[in-house]
Design a protein around this ligand. Structure first.
Ligand code: NAD
Ligand code: DAU
Length: 342
């Protein structure tokens, strides 16, 4: 198979490329990524075969090779590229609308023209909004996003649906819960708390840390996307979750315990605006129709994850210190940096 992956130098995309090339050794992947602050070539450093990076913006139509060129002869598109951090969308939302909504529209439109056989759109559970203390989101739950990030992902998710309904493009949507694992940018809860604890820095917990998230190891999500490619039905949506739901303070204290660091590092700070209280996914459809099950329990996955961040301090430094540069200088630098790898 030949796959076109967008956003493959970010957290989930790079884990997906590594997983796919490990399990499908003769396949090849074209990875289209703008390499924003969140994209990091070091995420793919160890890849030796089957991967080609094209450093470009999914919104940019004038760039050569064009998106049309890149979709020529591909068996499937897996669209991860996005602005992904809720706090950044609260500070400034324009880039979220541009990449997440307009970028998704560009890809869908090109995929329609090129008659791509399968388009997997990576959405998120945040499109459903927030739950109270009980209940679960099913794929039928109406979308009710609260942050600009979630709203932009809901827009993209609905565009994906519309391209199936209107044009018959074989789109499948996944809505996963919070992923964790190696190569996640240290702006996100688990890597932030882990790396701060390792450095003896304060651990900023929003509000009282009572919000609940469902945690899925990224490799289980990669297996779910593989199952979607193999058995997913065009036009369908699949929730992808683990059932492992914990409030934030419990996660933070577990990380401190695993690292043998004191709870005096915890600082309760001002809450996130419109902070979603709880997410919980009903994943019975994915289990039944995709024959997929998560394999990594949170306790085991967290241990592996904190060990990875402990052992990869140079990667952490590279991720934390990546300044946001403008697109063109970024593109030049990354192309030059990547040349030796191909
Ligand atoms: P990430 O921020 O780590 O990576 C995003 C990647 O997209 C980066 O490599 C970045 O350079 C690239 N990108 C951003 N704008 C681009 C543009 N205009 N053109 C080309 N590339 C661009 O994100 P992630 O956590 O890996 O999330 C991947 C996808 O999964 C996103 O769509 C996100 O909404 C979704 N998702 C994430 C989670 C999670 O817990 N991380 C859970 C559910 C769904
Ligand atoms: O649910 C899926 C979503 O999970 C994805 O769509 C997003 O791309 C991804 O970023 C993630 O969103 P969250 O907002 O849930 O993840 P984050 O790691 O930013 O925060 C997790 C929880 O921890 C949330 O309740 C806010 C809290 N938090 C986060 C940070 C960064 C803190 O208490 N302190 C922090 O410093």
């Amino acid at each position: 198979m030949k796959l076109l992956v967008t956003g493959g130098a970010g957290f989930i995309g790079s884990n997906f490329i590594r997983y796919w090339l490990r399990t499908h050794r003769t396949d090849c992947i074209c990875n289209v990524d703008k390499l924003t602050y969140a994209g990091n070539l070091k995420n793919l450093d160890d890849l030796t075969h089957g991967h080609e990076l094209v450093c470009r913006d999914i919104c940019d139509e004038s760039c050569d090779p064009t998106l049309e060129d890149l979709m020529e002869g591909v068996d499937a598109v897996i669209h991860f590229a996005a602005e992904s951090h809720v706090d950044r969308s609260i500070d400034s939302s324009a880039e979220f609308i541009r990449t997440n909504v307009m970028g998704t529209q560009r890809l869908l439109e090109v995929a329609r023209r090129k008659r791509v056989a399968r388009f997997v759109h990576i959405s998120t559970d945040e499109v459903y909004g927030a739950l109270g203390p009980t209940g679960e989101f099913t794929e039928q739950t109406p979308l009710d996003p609260n942050s600009p990030y979630a709203a932009s992902k809901a827009g993209a998710d609905m565009l994906a649906r519309s391209y199936f309904r209107t044009h018959g493009l074989p789109v499948i949507v996944t809505r996963a819960c919070n992923n964790y694992g190696p190569y996640q940018h240290p702006e996100k809860l688990i890597p932030l708390m882990t790396t701060n604890a390792l450095e003896g820095l304060p651990l900023p917990v929003y509000g009282k840390g009572e919000q609940v998230r469902e945690w899925l190891h990224v490799e289980d999500n990669c297996r779910a996307i593989e199952a979607v490619l193999a058995r997913g039905v065009p036009g369908e949506v699949y929730n992808i979750g683990s059932g492992e739901r914990h409030n934030n303070i419990t996660i933070v204290k577990t990380i401190l315990r695993l690292l043998d660091r004191p709870s005096s590092l915890i600082r309760f700070v001002e809450d996130r605006l419109a902070h979603d209280f709880r997410y919980a996914l009903d994943c019975s459809k994915a289990r039944r129709e995709l024959q997929w099950e998560p394999q990594i329990r949170l306790e085991e996955g967290l241990q592996m994850t904190v060990t990875w961040y402990q052992a990869n301090r140079a990667w952490v430094e590279s991720a934390k210190n990546r300044p946001f540069k403008d697109y063109y200088s970024q593109m030049y630098e990354s192309r030059a940096g990547y040349a030796g790898k191909q």
